[in-house]
Write a protein that binds this ligand. Structure first.
Ligand code: HSE
Length: 342
């Protein structure tokens, strides 16, 4: 049986979330899914790096981090790690940079060029270079998968692309940012904005730079990913109309509440005669609206299609192990595809 060589680039919240699942489920993954793996390299952003051709114990790494120690002191750069012989799947869990896509973009290009699969929760490379990376993966006969970029482990992308294959998508509406939905829910419950934001950060929902969440960038890039990947478009992020929640006060939220409504940060992607339009803005929804009851860090997306009309998926939109699960599902899809081929 093949032993899949893994390499983690980045080992923050999401990387550790995946590592925890892999440690906990290792036996089951082997027996139920035929997935056996060996971690060959882990390169952190700020906490050192380690490599071992015999395999690294993820549990030992997690223990080191819990004790406040570094991952290791091996001198290995992300690009060297990606190119190590024996690495089959590169796990890009570097932080999102929407301007340059780096370091994830260079890592992804290098890995795909080597014919290595890439699974990623990093929205930057998908936003800036989805079509290029997809073509590169196809040319090199490997896969580039990024389920975790939208709605964390809730299968928003693969549901649309794989389970709903053949459907035409007319309109997609969603609550796609866990941090802002969490903040809005907690403010409805009476908390101040700063306290609610701090809670969202402590729970691991917020981006490294939380302005990305509250100013609507994170929801906007997800709207762009949905437009380009699911509706097969080519709109740049700059074409997504964007308004965040930073201007909202507890008073606005309470006023909506007293009218029997809720304010939600809504992403809206629509196919029109002028092409695909995408926007993100706080919208007052009546309680009867299907997305009004989606609270906390939970996300939801409604797909409006030709063949099956409306399909709504609701589930976690952020979190360490929740996003780790998205990476795991991408990894198991790659394993399953290879098992079918050989
Ligand atoms: N910061 C994001 C959110 C994490 O709150 O939804 C998942 O992309």
């Amino acid at each position: 049986m093949k032993i899949w060589g893994l390499c983690f680039i980045g080992f923050g919240n999401v990387g550790q979330g995946l590592a925890r699942i892999l440690v906990r489920e290792e036996e089951k993954l082997y027996h139920k899914w035929g997935f056996k793996f060996k971690t060959l390299a882990v390169v952190g952003r700020t906490k050192g790096a380690c490599m071992n051709p015999e395999g690294i114990s993820l549990q030992a790494l997690l223990n080191r981090l819990d004790r406040g120690e570094s991952i290791g002191t091996d001198f290995i750069s992300p690009l060297e790690a990606v190119r190590l012989s024996g690495v089959d799947i590169v796990i890009d869990v570097t932080p999102t940079n929407l301007t340059t896509g780096e370091p994830g973009l260079s890592i992804t290009r290098a890995a795909l060029n080597e014919g290595k699969h890439v699974i990623s929760s990093n929205k930057g490379p998908v936003s800036l270079a989805f079509h290029e990376l997809q073509k590169l993966a196809s040319d090199k006969r490997c896969e580039y998968r990024f389920e975790g970029t939208v709605m964390s482990g809730t299968p928003a992308i693969n549901l649309a692309l794989e389970s709903m294959a053949g459907c035409e998508f007319y309109e997609i509406q969603g609550i796609v940012n866990g941090t802002t939905n969490y903040i809005l829910t907690r403010m409805e419950e009476g908390l101040e904005y700063d306290v609610a934001l701090k809670e969202a950060q402590d729970l691991g929902y917020a981006e490294t730079n939380p302005e990305g969440d509250v100013d609507g960038w994170d929801a906007a890039v997800k709207a762009q990913i949905i437009a380009n990947v699911i509706m097969r478009n080519t709109i740049p992020l700059s074409k997504v109309t964007r308004k965040g929640i930073a201007g909202l006060s507890r008073k606005n939220i309470q006023a909506a509440k007293s009218k029997g409504a809720k304010i939600k940060l809504l992403a809206h992607i629509q196919r029109t005669s002028d092409g695909v339009l995408a926007s993100v803005a706080p919208v007052e929804l009546p309680l009867s609206h299907p997305l009004a009851g989606v609270d906390g860090a939970t996300n939801a997306i409604t797909y409006n299609t030709n063949n099956i009309k409306n399909v709504t998926i609701i589930g976690p939109g952020a979190g360490r192990e929740e996003t780790g699960q998205a990476l795991l599902s991408d990894m198991l899809s790659i394993v399953a595809h290879e098992q079918v081929l050989f």
